[in-house]
Design a protein around this ligand. Structure first.
Ligand SMILES: NC(=O)c1ccc[n+]([C@@H]2O[C@H](COP(=O)([O-])OP(=O)(O)OC[C@H]3O[C@@H](n4cnc5c(N)ncnc54)[C@H](OP(=O)(O)O)[C@@H]3O)[C@@H](O)[C@H]2O)c1
Length: 333
């Protein structure tokens, strides 16, 4: 059983802990929060849990084996580093790190210490995502793709009221691209590989981050267009254009319908895709398999692929961000 600790007490952590318990492979063992009351309120429904309000005490909890980090983005790096140095596996919420340097340092440290680092990129662990991957033909049959993920954030109301919530803050490495745009970028890189060029045109809001934007990932003979935003909602399906037809998915971040419109045979083929009620169960299950079977060769290969994908996604997002002139405080470190 994986003894799990958590950093960050918002709803997403609750969803992850429930998913982790649903796999039967984790037990919540410790909660870190800046305030004891918040930690207790979070942990009380999960039984026998230890609480900490400073990170040294938290990471020193001996039986803690793995830590899930869902704090504001810019804090992930130092927290993950401290966790790895204390001998804990780290599951870091997306976007795991602000810059390619931070990503490289964590990957190197984790390898050195024989510790696992996972980016909680939920979508790539889903059955639906893999079904689409298996369906796609060789790259020379791909003619392009359009992926949108835009969802209004209630925290934008705070920006309109003159405040700066973490998710819309340059200091905390926020903005639409890193928060929601990361899902379509993950999809593009997992399905099509690393683009040769990545650009992003951002519409900045009062806090200086991108409230919305359009990106283009350029491959040898096709482009992927990415639309993302947190100041309006999109209901557009996701599409992949192929030489013999078009694959249409209800959405890119959470695929529960996918059908191929076959131009040659004038027919529509439905792919067998579904979503679980708790969308974090599949990633929690995959991470647990690796943690619990550290010498399994096949799982080790999967793990290395996820880490390389995280590294490449981080680099592409960084390049896109730079092309749009979005500068985080973390860039200056
Ligand atoms: N996978 C997904 O679907 C998904 C969904 C939502 C969010 N996320 C990711 O999860 C992470 C957290 O997102 P969020 O929206 O929950 O962030 P958030 O509300 O800004 O902060 C998360 C937690 O971090 C702590 N915190 C807040 N402000 C802090 C500060 N100034 N200094 C230190 N700690 C602070 C708080 O915990 P305490 O008060 O207990 O210390 C809070 O509960 C982000 O990386 C985000 O991208 C992922």
């Amino acid at each position: 059983m994986i003894q799990l600790g958590i950093i960050g007490t918002n709803w997403i952590t609750d969803q992850f802990v429930q998913a982790a318990h649903e796999t039967g492979k984790y037990q919540l063992a410790a909660v870190y929060s800046r305030r004891l009351e918040t930690a207790q309120k979070f942990g009380e429904k999960y039984g026998d849990v230890e609480y900490a309000t400073d990170l040294d005490t938290f990471f020193n909890i001996e039986h803690l084996n793995t830590v899930y980090i869902a704090s504001p983005n810019s804090l992930h790096f130092e927290q993950a580093k401290q966790g790895i140095l204390a001998g804990k596996n780290v599951i870091v919420e997306k976007p795991a790190f602000s810059t390619p340097n931070e990503m490289a340092e964590i990957i190197e440290l984790a390898n050195q210490k024989k510790i696992f680092f996972f980016e909680a990129a939920r979508n790539i662990h889903e059955q639906a995502f893999k079904t689409v991957a298996d369906f796609l033909p060789l790259k020379n049959h791909i003619l392009g793709a359009d992926f949108s993920f835009m969802k209004y954030s209630s925290r934008y109301d705070q920006v309109l009221a003159g405040q700066e919530p973490n998710v819309f803050s340059l200091h905390f490495s926020g903005g639409a691209l890193v928060d929601l745009g990361i899902y379509p970028v993950y999809a593009a890189l997992a399905w099509f590989g690393i683009p040769k060029e990545s650009v992003y045109y951002a519409q900045k809001i009062a806090t200086g981050v991108d409230g919305s934007g359009t990106g283009i990932l350029r491959y040898d003979h096709f482009d992927v267009t990415i639309r993302t935003g947190k100041i309006s909602d999109s209901f557009q399906p996701a599409e992949i254009y192929l030489t013999d037809g078009t694959l249409v998915m209800n959405a890119i971040n959470s695929i529960d319908e996918a059908e191929f419109h076959d131009r040659n045979h004038q027919q529509i083929k439905k792919l067998n895709v579904h979503q679980l009620e708790n969308p974090m169960v599949e990633e929690a299950e995959n991470f647990a398999k690796v943690i619990l079977n550290p010498t399994n060769h096949k799982l080790g290969t999967d793990y290395e692929e996820w880490v390389e994908l995280s590294r490449n996604v981080n680099q592409v997002i960084y390049d896109m961000r730079k092309s749009a002139g979005i500068v985080f405080d973390a860039d200056e470190k």
